[in-house]
Design a protein around this ligand. Structure first.
Ligand code: ADP
Length: 396
């Protein structure tokens, strides 16, 4: 069974065709700069063959039609005909409280997704656009929505409730939702598989560390707490996002700098995080390089990030009454040897002893704690697309 996975952003569409039986991706690609001069589609076949199409793509419909042409291209494509696609799995960022699992999309579901635009104005509108376009271009294939928030719908009320007047939850749905759920679910399930233990017997802390970072406590396969919140701005500092700050700072800055709500939102989302602290870059490789040369602000940015992740691990161990595995994923979690070392140092109080030799690895599944460490540390590269494809296949 072949599943097309679509992740539709405001000016980009990422895609993969996944063969569910073989558990493998046949082709992966991205259309970029849709509606902006210089649009292109980059595609890579499983065997390694790469192809780039530079062509103006006026809108998402044209982009997705071109993607279909490329997927079925005789020379550069992976399959003969789009009718071979059994279903399309769409990444949808926000499912609000309505969806605690993936759903087959019908008119009713689309209406609910549109009613959630306020909660994720940057993400849900392009997600819905992608769904509607695929419905029009591939009418034979069921469309499935897989939500970033769904895995976190198991949070207990005391973990998702903010200490605001309760009517703000009732009237405006202000609560913690959590994000990266597909990744946290994939990684926690993979940890159980690798260890050969039922997930029902494990307490796992998943650290998804990338441009956006979130940490989740997974108790017996269920998300019980997570660092992101009402939006993906909350939690640990990120590439350009502030993460948690004293909320009083916001009106203070607005008053002092005469900033509008939109301006302060841009400051917190785009100019903060490790970029804001270092004044240098949001990319951890740049920061490591600068830190090695003694750049104090780069060192401070890295220390602030690592310290926040360490505190989240401590907090979630407390929340779950212990932890069996701390798993790292995402660009930094999978590749950041120094980050993992700094985050996990001095954790013997918890029963976690890092093995520096085993930690010297990038981008592959590995146990990186010492033999005999009571709590295991692991690296598990995430695969959100495979998870979306699996959930789509299960539903149809
Ligand atoms: P996104 O959240 O956009 O999916 P990724 O998960 O791809 O982001 O993570 C991107 C981050 O991973 C960047 O900050 C990048 O510097 C970091 N990263 C990638 N490779 C390495 C590496 N070898 N060492 C440290 N950080 C790395």
């Amino acid at each position: 069974m072949l599943i097309l996975v679509i992740n539709c952003g405001s000016s980009s569409v990422k895609y993969q065709v996944i063969d569910i039986k073989e558990n493998k991706s046949l082709v992966t690609g991205i259309a970029e700069r849709i509606g902006i001069p210089g649009s292109k589609i980059k595609q890579q076949l499983n065997g390694g063959g790469k192809f780039k199409l530079e062509k103006d793509l006026a809108d998402h419909k044209e982009a997705i039609q071109q993607i279909f042409n490329l997927i079925t291209d005789k020379e550069h494509g992976a399959i003969g005909d789009m009718s071979q696609i059994s279903a399309v799995g769409h990444r949808v960022v926000h499912g609000g409280e309505k969806f605690n699992r993936a759903v087959v999309i019908d008119d009713e579901v689309l209406k609910v997704l549109e009613s959630l635009f306020d909660l994720a104005p940057l993400h849900n509108p392009p997600n819905v656009l992608g769904i509607k376009t695929c419905q029009a271009l591939l009418p034979h294939a069921p469309q499935v929505a897989v939500f970033d928030t769904a895995f976190h719908q198991t949070l207990p009320d005391y973990a998702y409730t903010y200490a605001l007047p309760y009517e703000y939850y009732e009237r405006l749905q202000i609560r913690k939702y959590g994000f990266h759920g597909t990744s946290h679910k994939y990684v926690s399930n993979r940890v159980a598989e690798i260890l050969g233990k039922p997930i029902g017997q494990l307490k796992i802390i998943v650290c998804h560390l990338g441009n956006g970072s979130s940490i989740t406590a997974v108790d017996q396969g269920k998300s019980v707490d997570t660092t992101m919140g009402f939006t993906p701005l909350a939690g640990v500092p990120m590439g350009t996002r502030s993460g948690d700050i004293d909320p009083a700072i916001i009106p203070f800055i607005m008053k002092k700098e005469n900033f509008s709500a939109a301006e302060v939102s841009t400051l917190l989302n785009k100019q903060s995080g490790v970029l804001g602290i270092s004044g240098l870059s949001s990319d951890f490789r740049d920061l490591e390089e600068a830190a090695e040369k003694g750049n104090q602000r780069a060192i401070l940015a890295l220390n602030t990030f690592n310290y926040s992740v360490k505190k989240a691990i401590g907090a979630f161990s407390a929340a779950m009454g212990g932890v069996d595995v701390v798993a790292f994923t995402g660009g930094i979690g999978e590749n950041g040897i120094d980050q993992r070392r700094d985050i996990l140092q001095n954790m013997s109080y918890l029963g976690l002893e890092l093995d520096n030799d085993k930690n010297n690895c990038r981008g592959k599944e590995a146990i990186i704690s010492k033999e005999g460490s009571k709590v295991l540390a692991m690296v598990v590269p995430t695969n959100e697309e495979l998870m979306i494809a699996k959930e789509t296949a299960e539903l149809i």
